[in-house]
Design a protein around this ligand. Structure first.
Ligand SMILES: [Mg+2]
Length: 346
């Protein structure tokens, strides 16, 4: 059970690919957010410092921060979605810069901010999500990976996906896309039952929209995956659609990371992994989520459970070189799970 059920698994490389792919797409696209789309001859193909948030190259934005907060909450709660705890983690990011690549929350979607502020005002955590047509953004898809990686059955992946979506985006259309996206991430392929949600594969590139609307993001991600044949090309194609480029990158990166994983010539390439801010921390976190998923019974899960499956996918260590440290306590306490910046900048 777990990590995409059997099917030759457990698929640690694909689980890690999903979370790392999210962050890679986010970090690559951060520079292009709010820009118009680019022509292939002008495609951005490297992490770039600057952009609308003036970030160091390889740093990621709210998409990854919210995913890391969700991962932390799921680990603390042994795979269960605890609305109060998850909102508290997101609040810790919003107010204190936990889970951020810059020690501060420098961008947040309006729907997510409203939900966190309702939570702070004492609203029942289950009622904090915005309802109605204004909550049709892509904010739940952009952070989805931890919900799918940590599940032990597809039904649980969908349940976690729906649950985490409702906390901010309690909108039927978004919930439908969250269910489709979670199931397809789990299976690592487009499912025929959702073909009607996708764009035809031969849709001209200029007709592939990449704004903040959940429908556009889902369609853009699948179009990019279906019209390329590697992680790198899928994500490069997505972020160069511009507009909500980081989130298009994060959503495409989850799909492409799930499909191509972290090993092999079509997988996340070394330059994308090694140039990513706190990549060792993200890799370790992804493995912990994989560990969480393979437990048949959550009652049996504990911090002392030995990690399995790690013999294969270990990446070369560059943690010391780039001046970052990750401090995950074995008890998964919230404060210690947040990534901490050392004094030397990367
Ligand atoms: Mg973002």
């Amino acid at each position: 059970m777990g990590i995409f059920e059997n099917d030759g698994g457990p698929h640690y490389g694909q689980g890690a690919g999903m979370l790392l792919g999210l962050a890679v797409g986010d970090a690559l696209g951060a520079y292009l957010e709010f820009e118009d789309s680019r022509e292939p001859e002008n495609y951005l193909r490297d992490y770039q410092a600057g952009g609308p948030h003036n970030l160091p190259a390889g740093c990621w934005t709210d998409d990854t921060s919210m995913a890391l907060a969700m991962a932390d909450s799921l680990l603390m709660q042994r795979g269960k979605l605890d609305p109060k705890n998850m909102l508290a983690c997101w609040r810790d990011w919003f107010r204190n810069g936990a889970y951020s690549s810059t020690d501060t929350c420098f961008d947040i979607g309006m729907t997510c901010q409203q939900a966190i502020q309702r939570f702070e005002a004492g609203v029942d955590p289950e009622e904090c999500g915005t309802t109605g047509k204004w909550a049709s953004g892509n904010g739940a898809l952009m952070r989805m990976a931890p919900a799918v990686i940590s599940a032990y059955r597809v039904e649980e992946a969908v349940e976690l996906a729906i649950g985490q979506t409702k906390l901010t985006h309690n909108n039927p259309e978004v919930l439908m896309y969250s269910e489709a996206f979670a199931k397809e991430l789990w299976h690592g392929k487009p499912l025929p039952e959702y073909d009607h949600l996708r764009l035809p594969k031969d849709t001209p590139r200029q007709n592939v929209m990449s704004g903040g609307y959940v429908k556009e993001s889902y369609q853009c991600a699948w179009w990019c995956v279906q019209n390329t044949d590697s992680f790198e090309e899928a994500v490069v194609t997505a972020v160069n659609r511009g507009h909500d480029a980081d989130t298009s990158g994060a959503i495409t990166g989850q799909l492409a990371g799930r499909i191509y994983g972290i090993h092999g010539e079509k997988a996340i390439p070394d330059w994308m992994y090694e140039g990513l801010y706190a990549h060792e921390h993200l890799y370790d976190l992804a493995c912990r989520l994989c560990d969480l998923s393979i437990r048949d019974s959550r009652d049996g899960w504990g911090a002392d459970v030995p990690r399995i499956g790690l013999q294969d996918p270990v990446r070369p260590s560059s943690q010391q070189e780039n001046g970052w440290s990750e401090t995950i306590d074995k008890n998964h306490s919230q404060s210690e799970t947040s990534i901490k910046k050392l004094e030397s900048s990367p």
